[in-house]
Structures are given as C-alpha cells and as structure tokens.
Design a protein around this ligand. Structure first.
Ligand code: GTR
Length: 421
C-alpha cells in the first residue's frame, strides 16, 4: 500500500511540476528587469578601465558563476597523459591528416579516458583549429571508416540506431551534416572533436564520469557549489587544450572552442574559465548559455533545473522562478570571454533558446569589450535573419530550426579568418 501511495505521489509531482510550466513566447510579456551592469562591482563601484576589469570585476563575476551557476572544480588531477592511438596522412580522400589521441585523466587511483579526433589540413604546420564536442560519438561526424566508435554510454536514438545506450557502426556519419569538415579544412583550419559522454554521461547520475574521480571516500555527489555536468564538460575541453599545446601541428594559441546547444553552454563556460582559448562560438546555446535568464522567455532557470538537474551546481536551484535574485545575468558570462573573439548565433525557429535574449546578451556584454578597444554589438535593434554582424563580438540569427548548418559554419569560418588567424 505504502509503495502504491509513493508511486501515486511521484506521478502527481512529475505531472504537476511539468504541467505548471508554460513557456512565454510573447515579447510583450517579458517582465521588466534590471540588467546587471558589468562595469559596476558588487560593492557599487564603477569601473573605468580594462585593468580594473581584469583585477577586480572579472574575478568576482567568475566566482559568482562558479559558486552559484556552474559549480567549481573540486581539486586537481594527479596526472594527465596523452597517447596518439591512430594517425594517417591521407584521410578524407587525401585531403587531411587525421589523429586520434587518447587522453587519460587520473585521480585517487581512478582514471577516465576520452579520445580526441583531429583533422588537420595536410600540408600545414601550426594550424588554427575549432574544437568542439559532439553529441553521439566521433564516428557520427564523418563517414571516415577509421574513426573509432566510442564505447561510452550514450542516449538511445532510434534514428541513429542506438539502443542499449551503446553506439555502433550504424551511427557512423549520422550527424556529418553538422560538421562542415571540408569547408573548415579548405579555409586552412583544423577540426578537433570529442564525444561529450566520454567526459560525463549526460544523465542525472553522479556515480560515473569525471565527477566520481574527485570524490572523497563516502561522497556520492558533488557539494552544492561544486560542478555539474556543464562544468565537467568544460574541464574536459581544457584537458584537450593541454594536449593541443603539445601537438606541433597545431597552433594552440589559435584554438576556437565551439558548441551547439547544451554543448554551446559548455563552450561558453570553457572560454570563461580557460583563457588559453583564443575564441568562443555559441551555437543556439539558449538558457544557461548565451540567453539572458531574467527575460524568462522560452526555457527558464526553473525549467532547465527541473529537466536537467545535473547540468548546473545545486546552488543554481535557488533561482528557479526567482531569476530576479540573480546578481548576474548571462551577458556577464559572455563578458568573461573579453577581449577574445566571441560569436553568438541563434536560429529563428529556436524560440525555446530565446534568440532575442541571446542577441541582447551580446549587446550588453559589449561595454566590456569596449574597455579593451574591441568592437561588439552596438545597436539594441535585433538583427534581420541571415544578416550577420561580425565584429570581435559577432552575432547572427539564421532561418530554420535548432541545429548547426553549413550556413552557420560559413559565418564562423569567415569571422575566424578575420579575428583568429
Ligand atoms: C533542450 C534543452 C536546451 C538545450 C537542448 C540541447 O532540451 O532544454 O537547454 O540544451 O536541449 O542541448 O539540444
């Protein structure tokens, strides 16, 4: 009887909490809110120059995001090692060099491995590159038969033939349309990618993945101000950067970190926490990414914490249906990337991610770029579709849905050729 009651209560909770939420898609119903000024410190003092930003304001904002939003990394690894497990000079019909590098992270006598797949233009040394996670395994981004199929846990996906949470040959090439490899190589850039599930499986379970390496004996989940999955994914990208710094074919001072959607949130947090990245691209990253939280348009803080309780630190739950209480908003996350180049991109049909909130965020981050003499988005007027603005801070909204398209990559390549060359 008790069990049945519990079950009914559970059903009720699940139903009532999701039923309560109706996303707002009407701009006239966006609440009035104060955009926290990136140039005014928490103690009320106004900043006037870049030096003060770097010394005083940036650290306190970073701390806030670390303690209240994404969570901090609890300690250091004991060891990071790299091994090139496969390489070829004639990949992709002779167009590229390919490397597959295994990275091993060790702590407390436990270890975790992940594999970076790298394509580089053939006859180039010191290549600039784009680094980004993929959603279902390195083998899904290309038909290249040599790319190793991941053994890590994956979400099931009927379209990609993934059942039992195990990717197979069936999913090779299924997401190739999201990675304009040929265009990237032709522009003289390299591409490096990692399956994000190898760092931390994307489920509300803290017993596996990177978090588990850092636990003290009786710990089962991170503390309330410690990292969720987004911060763990960001940490993984930084370890990939550790490898790239050792690769003579790569110019590690010219690596642009890229991510789509939840992985766009991770790319932004990576750029904020690791200043070795020369540039950052947020593709449709939405709530908890580029979009302003206080607009409560589309996905909200309460909703994202309910659907994905493992993405942020537990402290972030204080702001569920309580965005006004946040001392920051996401434009200040973008500002943490200054003065490095930053591209925010939206899609017209991706209202869940609040394109206007993503645009305004780039606009409100711009005063920080201006301190460094860099140009960002200076008009508050939302752009027309398919009419990018490409300054150090760049923005476009394209037609179409939540996705990564050739159009997006064409813009990123053009912008990178100007700002990260
Ligand atoms: C959605 C989520 C978004 C976005 C997206 C994705 O379900 O609400 O915040 O991250 O997933 O990653 O595809």
């Amino acid at each position: 009887m008790k069990l049945i009651n519990c079950f009914i209560a559970f059903l009720f909770m699940t139903y009532s909490s999701s039923a309560q939420f109706t996303p707002n898609y009407d701009d006239t119903k966006v609440p009035k809110f104060q955009v926290p000024d990136p140039l005014i410190r928490f103690n009320g003092k106004k900043l006037s120059n870049a030096r003060k930003w770097v010394k005083k304001r940036r650290p306190e904002l970073l701390d806030f995001f670390q303690n209240e939003v994404y969570g901090s990394v609890p300690g250091k690894l004991d060891e990071v090692s790299f091994k090139v497990v496969e390489q070829a000079n004639n990949a992709l019909n002779g167009q590229a060099k390919r490397k597959q590098v295994e990275v091993v992270l060790t702590k407390n006598e436990h270890s975790l491995r992940f594999t970076i797949l790298i394509y580089l233009p053939k006859d180039k040394l010191n290549t600039s590159l784009f680094l980004g996670y993929n959603f279902y395994g390195n083998h899904t981004i290309t038909n290249d038969p040599e790319v190793i199929v991941t053994e890590a846990w994956s979400r099931n996906n009927d379209d990609f033939g993934i059942t039992d949470h195990t990717p197979t040959e069936k999913s090779r090439n299924v997401l190739a349309q999201r990675w304009a490899i040929e265009k990237i190589l032709n522009a003289g850039y390299g591409l490096a990618t990692i399956y994000y599930g190898e760092i931390d499986p994307d489920k509300n379970d803290f017993s596996d993945g990177l978090h588990a390496l850092f636990y003290s004996d009786d710990q089962h989940k991170p503390k309330t101000d410690e990292w969720g999955s987004i911060a763990a994914w960001a940490f993984g990208l930084s370890r990939a950067m550790d490898y790239l710094e050792t690769d003579i074919h790569v110019d590690a001072s010219k690596v642009v970190v890229f991510g789509h959607s939840r992985l766009g949130k991770a790319a932004l947090w990576t750029g904020a926490t690791d200043e070795r990245f020369a540039g950052v691209i947020s593709n449709n990253s939405g709530c908890g990414g580029a979009a302003l939280s206080k607009r409560k348009f589309g996905e909200t803080v309460g909703r994202i914490n309910q659907s994905f309780p493992h993405w942020f630190c537990d402290n972030f739950e204080q702001y569920n249906e309580n965005e006004e209480a946040l001392l920051v908003d996401q434009h200040q996350l973008l500002a943490l990337i200054a003065p490095r180049p930053l591209y925010v991109a939206s899609a017209k049909k991706d209202q869940w991610a609040d394109p206007k909130g993503e645009f305004l965020s780039a606009y409100y981050a711009t005063p920080v770029y201006a301190l460094f003499g860099k140009e960002g988005i200076t008009s508050k007027e939302i752009l027309e579709v398919n009419r990018p603005i490409q300054n150090t801070v760049a923005y476009h909204i394209r037609t179409g849905k939540h996705d990564v398209t050739d159009y997006d990559w064409e813009q990123y390549i053009k912008w990178a050729s100007k700002f990260v060359k």
